[in-house]
Design a protein around this ligand. Structure first.
Ligand code: HEM
Length: 432
C-alpha cells in the first residue's frame, strides 16, 4: 500500500506538516502538536503525550471511562439529543482524565470555549481557507486594508486558543495549591516540575499546556463522531445489534453492566467497533504529511515540500480488501469461529488513525472510550428508528457532514430499555 510504503517505511522524511501562514504564524495553532513541524520540539511533545496516553497507561483510566459510560446510559434514558450526550461522554472522559474536571453537560464554560477555538482552528488548517496561504505576501497587508480582514479573525482565534490551552492548567495549578487537585495527567506533569530551573520551568509548563490541551482537541469530536456512526449503524442494522446483544447476554448476563474485563470475551462487539471505524472513517483524509526531501515512488517524482494525503476512505473502501465496502458487516473482522482476526490488532490496518511517526497517539485511548460506550448502550438499550405522528418509520438519510472530522447529519434514534431489569439497573445507577 502506497501509504505504508511512504508514510511508514520512509517516515524519517515523510513526517513533517505543511506550514500554514494563518495557523502557524498568526494564531500559534502549532501549540497543538498535530500541526507542529517535524523536529525536536514535536518529538518532545509527542514523547510526553505518549507517556500519559499509550495503551498500558490507558488501562489506569478504565474505571473513569466506565463511570462516564454509566452516566451516558442514564442520560440516554431521558435525552432528546443523543448526539449531545455522546459529545458530553467523549469530552468528560478526556477532561476528567487530563485535568480532573467534572463535566455534566455541554454548557460547561471550558467546553464552549474549546469547541469554538477548535472549530475555527480546523477551518484555518483546511488548505484554501485563507488566501494568504497561497499568496504569502498578503501577510504584509495592514489589517484595516482590503484583504487584511484575516488578521482580525486570526487575532481573535489566537486569544481563544491561548485561553483554551492556559485555562485548564491554571485550574489544576490552583487545585494543587489548595491541596484539592484530583489525580490527573496535568497534576502529575506539574508535580514533576519542582526540580526544574526557572527558565526550564516556563518552557516545560508551555509543553505541559500543549500536550494536555491537545487531548480535547484531538479526541473529543473524533470520539463523538465514531459513536454517532455506531448509533447510525445500529439503527440501520438491527440484526447486527441483536447478534451483539446475544453475545453480551451469554457472556456477561443481564444482572450487571459489562466492564473492561469482558473486552476480550466479546469479539463481536470489538468487531462492530472496527467496522464503525472502517465504514465511515472519522477523518476520511487524515492530516496531510509533508515530505521533506525529493523522492521517487513507482516512477513518480514527489518533490520536497509536497503534501501527502492518506485517503483513509479509499483505503477502507477498497473492494479488494473489504468486499461490498459499503455494507456494514462486523464479521469481516472475525475468523470463521467468531474470534477477532489478528489483522485488527494492528492500528495501521485501520488507516483511520493515520500512519508512521505521526500515527494518532490517542488511538488506544479512543478505542477504549468507544468500546465501553458501545457495550453499555448495547447491553441496556434497543436502538430503533423513530416513528412519526402518522405512524411511519423515519429512515435516516445516512448522509455525512463534510470537513476534517465528519459526522452523520442529524438523524432520529429511539433508545428503549431492553427489559424491565435493564431499566431498573439504570434507575439504580441514578441513585449511586
Ligand atoms: C476515533 C477517534 C480518533 C481518530 C479517528 C483519530 C485520528 C487521527 C488521525 C488520522 C491523525 C493524524 C495521523 C497522521 O498524521 O498520520 C491523528 C493525530 C492525532 N491524534 Fe487522533 N484520532 C482519534 C482520537 C484521538 C484521541 C482520543 C486523542 C487524544 C487523547 C488524539 C490525539 C491525537 C494527536 C495529539 C494527534 C497528532 C499526532 C502528531 O501529529 O504527531 N486522537 N488522529
Amino acid at each position: 500500500m502506497a501509504a505504508v510504503d511512504l508514510l511508514e517505511k520512509r517516515s524519517s522524511f515523510y513526517s513533517d506538516r505543511q506550514h500554514l501562514v494563518v495557523v502557524h504564524d498568526f494564531v500559534g495553532g502549532d501549540r497543538a502538536f498535530a500541526f507542529l513541524g517535524y523536529g525536536d520540539d514535536w518529538r518532545e511533545h509527542r514523547r510526553i503525550f505518549h507517556q500519559h496516553y499509550h495503551g498500558q497507561v490507558v488501562e489506569n483510566y478504565h474505571p473513569r471511562m466506565a463511570k462516564e459510560a454509566r452516566k451516558l446510559t442514564i442520560r440516554l434514558l431521558t435525552t432528546h439529543d443523543f448526539m449531545q450526550s455522546l459529545r458530553v461522554f467523549a469530552g468528560a472522559i478526556i477532561l476528567g482524565i487530563t485535568f480532573g474536571m467534572e463535566i455534566q453537560d455541554h454548557n460547561n464554560l471550558y467546553v464552549l470555549l474549546a469547541e469554538k477555538a477548535i472549530n475555527r482552528l480546523l477551518v484555518a488548517a483546511t488548505p484554501g481557507s485563507y488566501m494568504v496561504d497561497s499568496i504569502p505576501l498578503m501577510r504584509y497587508i495592514p489589517s484595516w486594508a482590503p484583504g487584511g480582514q484575516f488578521k482580525h479573525e486570526a487575532a481573535d482565534l489566537n486569544e481563544h486558543l491561548t485561553l483554551m490551552f492556559e485555562q485548564p492548567i491554571e485550574f489544576v495549578k490552583k487545585a494543587l495549591l489548595q491541596g484539592i487537585a484530583e489525580p490527573c495527567v496535568a497534576a502529575t506533569l506539574l508535580g514533576n516540575m519542582d526540580d526544574k530551573e526557572d527558565l526550564e520551568k516556563s518552557k516545560r509548563e508551555r509543553v505541559i499546556q500543549n500536550v494536555t490541551g491537545v487531548a480535547y482537541l484531538g479526541g473529543a469530536d473524533s470520539t463523538a463522531s465514531a459513536l454517532g456512526t455506531f448509533i447510525l449503524a445500529m439503527v440501520m442494522n438491527p440484526a447486527v445489534q441483536s447478534t451483539a446483544q446475544e453475545q453480551i447476554d451469554r457472556v456477561v448476563g443481564s444482572a450487571c453492566l459489562p466492564d473492561f474485563t469482558y473486552r476480550d470475551s466479546l469479539p463481536y462487539v470489538a468487531a462492530i467497533m472496527y467496522e464503525v471505524l472502517r465504514w465511515r472513517p472519522v477523518a476520511p483524509l487524515g492530516i496531510a504529511h509533508r515530505v521533506m526531501v525529493d523522492d521517487e515512488y513507482n516512477g513518480y517524482h514527489i518533490p520536497a515540500g509536497a503534501a501527502v494525503v492518506s485517503n483513509a476512505w479509499a483505503i477502507l473502501h477498497d473492494p479488494a480488501r473489504f468486499p461490498s465496502p459499503d455494507t456494514f458487516d462486523p464479521t469481516r473482522w472475525l475468523t470463521p469461529d467468531g474470534q477477532l482476526s489478528k489483522t485488527t490488532l494492528d492500528a495501521t490496518n485501520m488507516a483511520v488513525f493515520g500512519f508512521g511517526r505521526r500515527i494518532c497517539p490517542g488511538n488506544d485511548f479512543a478505542m477504549a472510550s468507544i468500546w465501553i460506550a458501545m457495550v453499555h448502550i448495547l447491553a441496556i438499550y434497543n436502538i430503533e428508528k423513530p416513528v412519526d405522528d402518522a405512524g411511519k418509520v423515519v429512515e435516516p438519510s445516512g448522509e455525512y457532514t463534510s470537513g476534517f472530522v465528519v459526522h452523520p447529519v442529524p438523524f432520529g434514534a429511539v433508545f428503549k430499555p431492553r427489559s424491565e431489569a435493564g431499566r431498573s439497573l439504570i434507575e439504580s445507577l441514578i441513585d449511586d
